[in-house]
Write a protein that binds this ligand. Structure first.
Ligand SMILES: O=P(O)(O)OC[C@H]1O[C@H](OP(=O)(O)OP(=O)(O)O)[C@H](O)[C@@H]1O
Ligand code: HPA
Length: 174
């Protein structure tokens, strides 16, 4: 089956929104240093673009998680595949994600990170699919609320492909 990508959010729309979020974060954290925690792999593209647009001092760290059990999306328990290099103690932390879908990954992850004693902990996601929520997650900064469609690009993959698209699209099959 041939597949093609229908553009949902153009590169210009995404860039403009990231600029706005960067400005908002810079205001909210005036006089502070912000510690961005990127959840690999999907969050990496957004994190790099966002970090460039934040004008307060920024430090970065990366982690990679996956789920226990055979059904990634339903277990809701995440296992750390690569942990952060640095402690979160007393830092103003923002977790940067590409998408919040069911909310299972972020709900679990935020609880785990809160136990590490950050001064503050917020969540920033490029995309949110509120209709899909199974577990409530408070999102502090959202790029776009999108409908319940499987999206790719800007870090999001379909079978590990399309992460490098500079826009957000929906995979369609001919
Ligand atoms: O709200 P949820 O239903 O838990 O889904 C959101 C999670 O799914 C995606 O990660 P994925 O497992 O696809 O890993 P990847 O970033 O390495 O592609 C995304 O980056 C979130 O971590
Ligand atoms: O729509 C999506 N696309 C890619 N990865 C995802 N992980 C959760 N939702 C999605």
């Amino acid at each position: 089956m041939a597949e093609h990508i229908r553009v949902l959010l153009t590169e210009e729309e995404v860039d403009k929104r990231i600029q706005e979020i960067g400005e908002q974060i810079s205001k909210d954290y005036a006089g502070k240093q912000v510690h961005l925690v990127c959840v690999l792999k999907g969050g990496s593209f957004f994190m790099c673009e966002l970090a460039k647009r934040i004008t307060v001092p920024v430090s970065l760290d990366f982690m990679s998680v996956s789920s226990y059990g055979s059904d990634t999306k339903s277990s809701g328990v995440v296992k750390i595949v690569k942990d952060l290099d640095e402690s979160l103690k007393d830092k103003d932390v923002i977790v940067v994600e590409d998408i919040v879908d069911s909310g299972r990954t972020l709900s679990y992850l935020l609880e785990m990170l809160r136990d590490r004693g950050p001064a503050s902990l917020r969540l920033c996601t490029l995309l949110d699919k509120p209709e899909r929520r199974v577990i409530d997650v408070h999102v502090d900064y959202t790029g776009f609320n999108i409908p319940d469609e499987f999206v790719v690009g800007y870090g999001l993959d379909y079978d590990q492909r399309y992460r490098n698209l500079p826009y957000i699209g929906v995979v369609e099959f001919d």
